[in-house]
Structures are given as C-alpha cells and as structure tokens.
Design a protein around this ligand. Structure first.
Ligand SMILES: Cc1cc2nc3c(=O)[nH]c(=O)nc-3n(C[C@H](O)[C@H](O)[C@H](O)COP(=O)(O)OP(=O)(O)OC[C@H]3O[C@@H](n4cnc5c(N)ncnc54)[C@H](O)[C@@H]3O)c2cc1C
Length: 188
C-alpha cells in the first residue's frame, strides 16, 4: 500500500497521470516573515480583503511576524511587503500556487493520496494542516481494514474518495461565498 503525502507537488498523481483540474480562478500566494516591532499586530492578527485579493498579517512569536498576500489578478510584485511591516527586517518572500484542485481519483486499490496531494485549497480555508492529518488517519484506517480482510480494496478506495470529495465541495461552497462577498469575479 502506497500513501502519497507529497503535497502540492503531487508526485504520484503526476506519475500515474491522474489529473487534478483547477476548481477556482488561478490563485497565487506570496508570503514571508518580518522581524522587529509592530505594536498594531501584537494584539490581534488581521485579514484585509479587496476585489483583487487579500492580505493576512499576524504575530507568530514575540518580535516575529508573518504575512501572506493572495493575488487574484496580475503578477505579484516581488518586492512587496505589507505597509505595517515596512521598516522591519523582512525575509525574501516566497510564492505558492494555491488554486483550488481536487484529484479526479484520490485512491485506488494499492494507493491513497493524502493532504494537499489529494486536494488543495487556498489558506483562507484555514484547515489545510488539519485535513492533511485527518486524511492520513482515514487512509491508515482504511488500509488496515483492507489488509485485515475486513474491506474490499476497491470499496475502501471509493469510500475514501467520496469522503475527500465531499469535504472539498463543502469548503468550495463556503470559500466561493467569501470571495463573492469581496467582489471577486470567477467564483460560482
Ligand atoms: C502561504 C500559505 C499559508 C498557509 N497557511 C495555512 C494555515 O494558516 N493553516 C493551515 O491549516 N494551512 C495553511 N496552509 C496550507 C497548508 O500548508 C497545507 O494544506 C498543508 O501543509 C498540507 O500538508 P501536506 O502534508 O499534505 O503537504 P506539505 O506540507 O506540502 O508536505 C509535503 C512534503 O512532501 C515533500 N515532498 C514533495 N515531493 C516529494 C518527493 N517526491 N519525495 C519525498 N518528499 C517529497 C515536501 O518536501 C514536503 O515536505 C497554507 C499554505 C500556504 C501556501
């Protein structure tokens, strides 16, 4: 039994030619850290959205702050940091394609995809790590059932995909409403 937990690089999906089509407009995230003092961010994190994207800023530990900016249109400006962190010591920003994707098959007899390898949403879903953990646990549970002869491999794979796809669809409905409320185009 093989479990693919390679995240957005989707090693097994690419190897087997299992497609993972986009379920949202193209979403690009830039993120980085800043060190110093920013009293306005010490009390509470902030999520500020406009029709062109959103910015998340938060203190992650004393003297260290994190930011993420999601771009809905255009190419991100490589040197951009949130205004409130200008004057602080910033790390070089990194980028990630966080377009929503769900693999057309997330399991077959012999293998399971878990976490972002199976389904990806952008950070506003706010539970990508939880999903990675729970999908790994579910895959482990089903694999044990198959190896113990308690569940047919095909049915276990089917049940897993049904579970992942249902969770994904629920999140898509919720996130689409969030983006439509911000005035962003392209969310059904
Ligand atoms: C900017 C940003 C902010 C986010 N913020 C949050 C947040 O606040 N809360 C939250 O819950 N989620 C957040 N997420 C989402 C979260 O990071 C992911 O959903 C989660 O990390 C998925 O876990 P994973 O184990 O599936 O994949 P990953 O964490 O991506 O781990 C995959 C691992 O596999 C390794 N790997 C890849 N290819 C191979 C290979 N061929 N062989 C061996 N190893 C390989 C990689 O190096 C990596 O270590 C955020 C994502 C981004 C991009």
């Amino acid at each position: 039994m093989l479990v693919d937990a390679t995240g957005r690089s989707r090693w097994l999906g690419r190897l087997l030619g299992v497609d993972s089509p986009a379920r949202s407009p193209r979403l690009l995230a830039r993120y980085g850290y800043a060190e110093g003092t920013c009293p306005t961010r010490d009390a509470a994190p902030a999520l500020v959205g406009t029709a062109s994207g959103w910015t998340w800023t938060a203190r992650v530990r004393p003297g260290t702050y994190q930011w993420t900016r999601l771009y809905l249109d255009g190419t991100p400006d490589g040197g951009w940091v949130p205004e409130e962190f200008q004057g602080l010591t910033a790390t070089t920003p990194r980028g990630a394609d966080v377009t929503w994707r769900l693999a057309t098959e997330t399991a077959r007899p012999g293998w399971f995809m878990v976490g972002d390898a199976a389904a990806t949403l952008d950070p506003t879903s706010s539970h990508g790590v939880l999903k990675a953990l729970l999908s790994g646990m579910m895959a482990g549970h089903l694999i044990a059932a198959v190896l113990d002869g308690k569940a047919p491999a095909q049915e276990a794979a089917h049940a897993y995909h049904h579970w992942i796809a249902g969770w994904f669809r629920t999140d898509v409905v919720r996130l689409s409403a969030f983006y439509r409320d911000l005035g962003m185009a392209g969310f059904a």
